[in-house]
Design a binder for this molecule. Structure first.
Ligand SMILES: Nc1nc2c(ncn2[C@@H]2O[C@H](COP(=O)(O)OP(=O)(O)OP(=O)(O)O)[C@@H](O)[C@H]2O)c(=O)[nH]1
Ligand SMILES: [Mg+2]
Length: 545
């Protein structure tokens, strides 16, 4: 079964810790590579442990007895089990491997295997055969006698750390000599301040403390625990050797085992602690999406830097000039051919579009620098807005996502813009037709003019047919000229409309390229980081409620 399946199965057990395990592991996976590995790995390890433990016997509670060497852990263990299972030694440290005693063995095998306690270190108290009252109280307990955490034996504290991470509940055994040792407070008690619900402290060797000093010593232990952030942990003075306080300790353990809450409480506390670390690393920013206005502003800056408005202008001018040359009155439009062709300038503008952004434009270096600075400014504004309130890892990830490919913008635009069909110089069919008509009118005018001149020279102009009292050649001449002029004027509006449409279409296509480029090189990478941040945020919030 996978971790997640295990977690889901838990949901059916009527608790939502499974959902929280899933939420934290999803949050951690999403933060991988952004937040410190230590935090991510810590969170995933807890998820794995919690899912592993919660799949196993829920009728058993693992209670670990931990403390310094010689504090009397084994003595306490033996006193609680009523057996001499664990060696109590004079030579320190005595206990090297954890020993387990189980009250009620049904279903405990797998749990003990998961805890890594070999069978030779396991004992079962079958409460059915046991008539002692206290044995019933501890039904379902898996009591562990741990090695010390403070001897020079590295293997000992490795074993302690391993089992401290797995136990459902702790009995910390302190003794009058060493109860204030930094070793236990700094290394175990204070870091477990989120786990106070599953802790009991036993102040052992109380028989060696004069009666009148006991109370103040217990108060001193309470004060130290409060300093560790554990003000509510019960402190029970005991003597494992003489039996004082053992009933109270047993009752305390039994009470917690009875409410069956410890197992879940332990991992709830672990999940919350890891989620807090992850939240601290993630910052206060809520999950957010890429603000559209920022992307639009960036696209605008890139468009201008690439000279899109200039190109669009050029398209409009070129389209207008080409079409008016065709539709205008030939005798006038012919003059316009003497002026430079805007299409040539358009080609030039297109050629420099991407270069401007790459910084290799030779046309106007100052303008190019200003435009590039504007693009950089927009990228920075986007990064600032998006990453405000984020932890350093996430801010860095956003900045990297936004800037790592900005140097490619110039080349990508070049390639994209080159593919755009500007359609600036193609003269529309109707304009060609008008052009033909214009030339026919010119020919007509020339014919009429010739006729007029010839007949006038031979004095026969008056003999030609008359239209409203005017000689036909003259009428035809004037009609051809006027028609040509009027046609030219009428077509101007159409030409302007065509040029405008072409320019609008070109602008749409060019801006499409800019959009695509900005999207691929900036917006999408940033959005991916934001989506991961959102997942982490949501997971962490779910765990922390
Ligand atoms: N007077 C007195 N002696 C005790 C008490 N509890 C334990 N001892 C003695 O203290 C010594 C150490 O006890 P252990 O139970 O072996 O201590 P431990 O914590 O298991 O030690 P390690 O296994 O080395 O970590 C033994 O000699 C015990 O007899 C107590 O409450 N009073
Ligand atoms: Mg021992």
């Amino acid at each position: 079964m996978t971790l997640l399946e295990g977690a889901k199965q838990l949901l059916t057990r009527g608790t939502d810790i499974g959902g929280r395990i899933e939420a934290l592991s999803d949050a951690a996976e999403a933060a991988r590579g952004v937040v410190d590995d230590e935090v991510v790995d810590g969170a995933l390890a807890v998820c794995e442990r919690a899912a592993g433990r919660l799949r196993l016997s829920s009728t058993h509670t693992v209670v670990a007895i931990a403390g310094a060497t010689g504090s009397g852990k084994s003595s306490t263990f033996n006193a609680l089990t009523g057996l001499e299972l664990s060696a109590v030694g004079v030579r320190r440290p005595t206990t090297s491997w954890a020993t387990a005693c189980v009250w009620g063995a049904d279903g405990a095998g797998e749990l003990l295997g998961w805890l890594g306690i070999p069978p030779r270190h396991q004992t079962t108290r079958d409460s059915m055969l046991d008539t002692r009252r206290e044995s019933h109280d501890l039904e379902g307990v898996v009591l562990l006698d741990l090695p010390d955490h403070d001897s020079t034996e590295v293997a000992h504290h490795l074993e302690v750390d391993r089992l401290v991470a797995l136990a459902d509940m702790f009995v910390w055994v302190l003794d009058p000599q060493k109860y204030a040792d930094a070793a236990i407070h700094d290394r175990y008690l204070a870091p477990l301040r989120t786990h106070s619900e599953i802790m009991v402290v036993a102040l052992n060797h109380i028989d060696t403390v004069p009666e009148e000093r006991r109370e103040s010593m217990v108060a001193d232990v309470r004060r130290l625990l409060a300093d560790d952030g554990l003000p509510d942990v019960p402190v029970i003075p005991i003597s494992a050797r003489q039996g004082q306080g053992l009933d109270a300790l047993r009752a305390e353990i039994a009470a917690r085992v009875a409410d069956k809450h410890s197992t879940v409480a332990r991992f709830e506390a672990d999940l919350a602690a890891q989620a807090t670390l992850l939240r601290d690393a993630t910052g206060t920013a809520p999950g957010r999406e890429l603000p559209e206005a920022r992307v639009t502003a960036l696209e605008q800056a890139v468009s201008e830097a690439a000279g899109v408005p200039t190109i669009v202008d050029g398209v409009e001018r070129a389209a207008r000039v080409r079409a008016s040359r065709s539709t205008g009155w030939p005798l006038i439009s012919w003059v316009s051919r003497l002026r430079p062709d805007p299409a040539k300038k358009l080609e030039l503008d297109l050629g420099t579009a991407g270069k401007q952004l790459r910084g290799s434009s030779t046309a106007a270096p100052e303008t190019a620098a200003v435009e590039r600075a504007r693009v950089d400014h927009e990228v920075r504004a986007l990064v600032d807005e998006v990453s405000s309130g984020m932890g350093p890892g996430w801010s860095r990830a956003v900045r990297e996502a936004a800037t790592s490919r900005t140097s490619e913008i110039g080349d990508t635009l070049d390639a994209g813009l080159a593919r755009v069909q500007l359609n600036a110089t193609r003269v529309p069919a109707w304009a060609l037709l008008v052009g033909v008509l214009q030339w026919l009118l010119v020919l007509g005018a020339l014919g009429a003019a010739g006729w007029t001149v010839l007949t006038a020279a031979s004095g026969t102009l008056d003999e030609t047919p008359q239209v409203a009292g005017i000689a036909l050649p003259l009428v035809l001449l004037v009609a051809a000229l006027v028609l040509g002029l009027v046609l030219g004027l009428v077509c101007r509006g159409l030409v302007a409309g065509t040029a405008h449409t072409r320019a609008a279409k070109a602008e749409e296509n060019l801006r499409g390229v800019v959009h695509e480029t900005v999207s691929t090189l900036v917006a999408q990478p940033v959005s991916a980081v934001l989506a991961a941040h959102h997942r982490t945020r949501a997971g962490v919030d779910k765990v922390l409620g």
